[in-house]
Design a protein. Structure first.
Length: 226
């Protein structure tokens, strides 16, 4: 367990000692938390001749957009770090933040989801602090353009096949993506508990309408309401 510190530089972080020349696999929290943004700051004790440390972050969720990394140079300008430089550069030429990224669609490592990057004492004037993002979607945008439409005056009922005109009148099944399309006036009326859907997108209107005192449960792994 690493103690949290909140009054030192940098603030709101963890000060952690590591042995140089080693490779560390890191998970955040017992629930295997997938972080979305993080900053690494190096101690002033690093020297250019110290052995490097490699950090590996595993991911449970998809990061199609990869892990963009950057630093602020001496002039105060944000500089992007080239992705996957570790695959082509010599180890002796790597600097803090140089990385390799394996995505689920990567032919060289199918199914893998991880980020590995280097930390060393080279170029401390520029790379003492690096910032990392974790983009779930390419370009950090998971939204697709939709055509705006007025909400229809008739009602669609989730439990009826004829409501699902975007899936050839088939009810959504477990582990499927579901869209309430623009302009739809959808009534969620499934009694009991629903299947566990994958990604539910609400681009139209969704209303929960139970019968009597029955509870309604819409279950999904991710829910987006535009």
């Amino acid at each position: 367990m690493l103690p949290f510190k909140n009054k030192q530089d940098p603030s709101n972080g963890w000060a952690v000692p590591y042995v140089t020349g080693k490779r560390y696999n890191i998970w955040w929290a017992a629930q295997l938390l997938d972080w979305t943004a993080m900053t690494y700051s190096l101690s002033d004790r690093w020297t250019s001749t110290d052995l490097a440390i490699n950090f590996v972050h595993q991911y449970a969720d998809v990061r199609e957009g990869g892990f963009p990394m950057s630093y602020v140079d001496e002039a105060g300008t944000t500089q992007d770090i080239e992705m996957n430089l570790m695959k082509t550069a010599e180890a002796a030429d790597l600097k803090t933040g140089d990385n390799t990224q394996a995505m689920p669609y990567d032919e060289e490592a199918p199914g893998a989801q991880e980020l590995e990057f280097v930390v060393n004492g080279k170029d401390m004037l520029n790379r003492k602090t690096i910032t990392m993002q974790a983009w779930r979607c390419a370009g950090n945008s998971c939204l697709e353009d939709v055509v705006e439409s007025d909400i229809e005056t008739t009602e669609r009922f989730w439990s009826r096949n004829d409501a699902w005109t975007n899936t050839e009148n088939e009810l959504p099944k477990a582990d499927e993506d579901v869209e309430v399309a623009p302009g739809w006036n959808m009534i969620f009326d499934l009694s009991g508990v629903s299947p566990i859907y994958q990604f539910v997108t609400i681009n139209g209107r969704l209303t929960f309408r139970p019968e009597g005192e029955a509870a309604l449960h819409l279950r999904c792994k991710q829910l987006f309401i535009r």
